[in-house]
Design a protein around this ligand. Sequence first.
Ligand SMILES: Nc1nc2c(ncn2[C@@H]2O[C@H](COP(=O)(O)OP(=O)(O)O)[C@@H](O)[C@H]2O)c(=O)[nH]1
Ligand SMILES: [Mg+2]
Length: 305
Amino acid sequence: MVFGKEGFFSRLKKGLAKTSETLAGKIVSITTGRMALDDATLEGIEDALIAADVGLPTASALIASLRDAVKSKDVATADDIRPFLRKRIEALVAVGEGANHAGAPHVILMVGVNGAGKTTTIGKLATRFSADGKSVIVAAGDTFRAAAIEQLAEWSRRAGCEIIRHQAGADPSAVAFDAIRAGIARKKDIVIIDTAGRLHTRSNLMEELKKVYRIIGRELEGAPHETLLVVDGTTGQNAINQVKEFHASIKLSGIVITKLDGTSKGGAVVGIVNETKLPIRYIGVGEAAEDLQPFDAALFAEALI
Ligand SMILES: Nc1nc2c(ncn2[C@@H]2O[C@H](COP(=O)(O)OP(=O)(O)O)[C@@H](O)[C@H]2O)c(=O)[nH]1
Ligand SMILES: [Mg+2]
């Protein structure tokens, strides 16, 4: 397995290809051969941003700053547009501090709707951390379906890490409790806790997640150190509502956006950060463990534009 810098950007670029074809492709065709940076050009660029699912408020803000830059001659020719947008987008998505690594063990709680990619992301992270020489426990907190427990067990076998699991239907808080206790007792570096994305009602789910969160904090002060919402990148702009809904129930520290490889709506990443001010921690740009990448604002903007 290769986790080095080499190949990192090319994987990112390949993963974002559909979005960047939509976005950069349109911008190139609008600006090629254009001398005047008139309203029609700016509107065309706004349409390209919206087509990539950046979202209206964020697209409008980007165009407003582009219009100012044209006025002040910071953007003088059509060729200046893409570098300008790359810098602006980089600045927009670079919110918050870097990932927090505190805690012994460092505890990551993963939440999100069904199918978003929680279990897969945990598997990829466990693989990455284990390859880096860290000792990891994953906790099968999605007890709603037996298949979810098996899926995490398969990842833990492949990653060579420990799993804490109970029977299907068990209390997820009890799984989290055992995982934290085991993590402390066995001096593990990292505990990653999976959760269900679906219960009989959404309010049941939120109550259950709050309880899991509370139990974790009770067993280890300061934990969870990261509470990450996993969102499916193919849902585009709709992800913003998911972020707001979860954030209203439990305090999120960051976001993971998966499946960016399967969509031309990857511009949503920009809108999500701009509208929620929550940092993106990781992005998923493919099925392999190496395709889960720590989010890098500069590289993301470069691959996008
Ligand atoms: N192409 C692609 N597929 C992904 C990515 N992340 C997750 N998936 C797939 O999304 C599906 C649902 O993932 P899962 O982890 O079971 O979602 P959960 O219900 O939130 O735990 C699985 O088929 C994963 O392989 C990604 O970054 N890229
Ligand atoms: Mg799952």
